[in-house]
Design a protein around this ligand. Sequence first.
Ligand code: ARG
Length: 471
Amino acid sequence: MSDSEAASEKLWGGRFGKSTEKLMEQFNASIGFDQRLYKVDIEGSRAQAKALTRIGVLAEKERDEVIAGLDQVEAELDADDLPLTDDLEDIHMAVEKRLIELVGDAGAKIHTGRSRNDQVALDERLYFRQVIDETVGRIDGLMQVLLNSAEEHIDVILPGYTHVQQAQPIRFGHYTMALFWMLERDRGRFVDSGKRADAMPLGAGALAGSAYPVDREFVRETLGFARVTDNSIDSVSDRDYFLEFMSAAAILMGHLSRFCEDVIMWSSSEFGFVELDDAFSTGSSMMPQKKNPDSLELVRGKTGRVYGNLMSLLTVMKAIPLTYAKDMQEDKEPFFDTVDTLQISLDVFAGAWDTMTVKGERMEAALDGMILATDLADYLVRKGVPFRTSHRIVGELVRKALDRGIRLEALDMETLHAASDVFDDDIKTVLSPVQSTAQRNLYGGTGRESVAKQIEAGNKLLIDRNGRVVE
Ligand code: ARG
């Protein structure tokens, strides 16, 4: 084979006098990772074949051949029967090349008026739709796990922390529902990005628009998009949908990482608040007694790569001159990695949470002797003492209790009276963890009734949605 013959093996090889350097072929190829787009690529080409038939570029017979050919390419790829080697460059070229092998000239017409620039944008948006559905489904699954857990452990009281210092008693169900609402916002971000991405770019061609009067509205409807994109230049330049997904994923992973951190600490022998199930833990190669919370450590750790992927694509996209440049092929690996990492992290986190043992007695026993200080101050306020004054009085009482090495609620009446004469016997009924939470029964607070209301609101949200993506 001469050099120019070798070059024309490529679908774009006509103007080349020399074959591609092996090294360059390897460097240029995206087929190693964009092969996961093959189904949507073929779906897009079916719609393209139909659209070309409507404007007379393909005869009906040719269309049928092309569609049968595409079916066969899909079957071959399903069965792993088509070798996807670097010389094929990317999945778009691989599918087209095989189609032409199978059906000849009819296949050679499929790329009329189309560029890989609008083709890849179409494939990505089709794939994106599936990814959003899967991701949202997994978020819903985790939200359900959290809801069940909150319901089950509504009566467990544990120390709530600020600055990792004990602050006030809270209900475990209340803590759990905090993540539920974070995920509700995360979910909204994914659904929103899905809506913005729901526009059909085919017909943009390389950048200026197809020279053939393709009925874009027909393609849109065939592929089930909400609208067509408005500007061919923007259509081939846009990767906002990936950036939005990766931003939403980064925020979500950040949320999970904070809960991982708490639960990892809580599973230590010092805390002993929870015990992860054996099924979501691993052992040590050396220390026989160890049971490590690797599931949650890995979710926490993988947050790093999800942030990194976002930074990577933001950096790739920065300052790329309009419209398309090959830099943009670098969008896929960080995006796919984010999808995979996010999805498995959601599943693992849900499994670990669902199966962990919540040790209510340990949590209550850990409430330190000063945790009811705010309740003591609030007591004085209810008796008419200005808050700032009561804060100082209680501060002094805290000091005394610490000096004597006793709990705040163990201070005798004499000491209390010396601090303020409004103290009365009813103080005994106020100073308990359950009473402390009961004082906070406004909606959103840690009182039993308000936590129950919150759970009810969450439950209604999930039921209304019925497990499907709705607005
Ligand atoms: N593999 C390419 C990518 O993912 C497809 C688009 C190629 N377009 C081009 N004009 N070379 O970006």
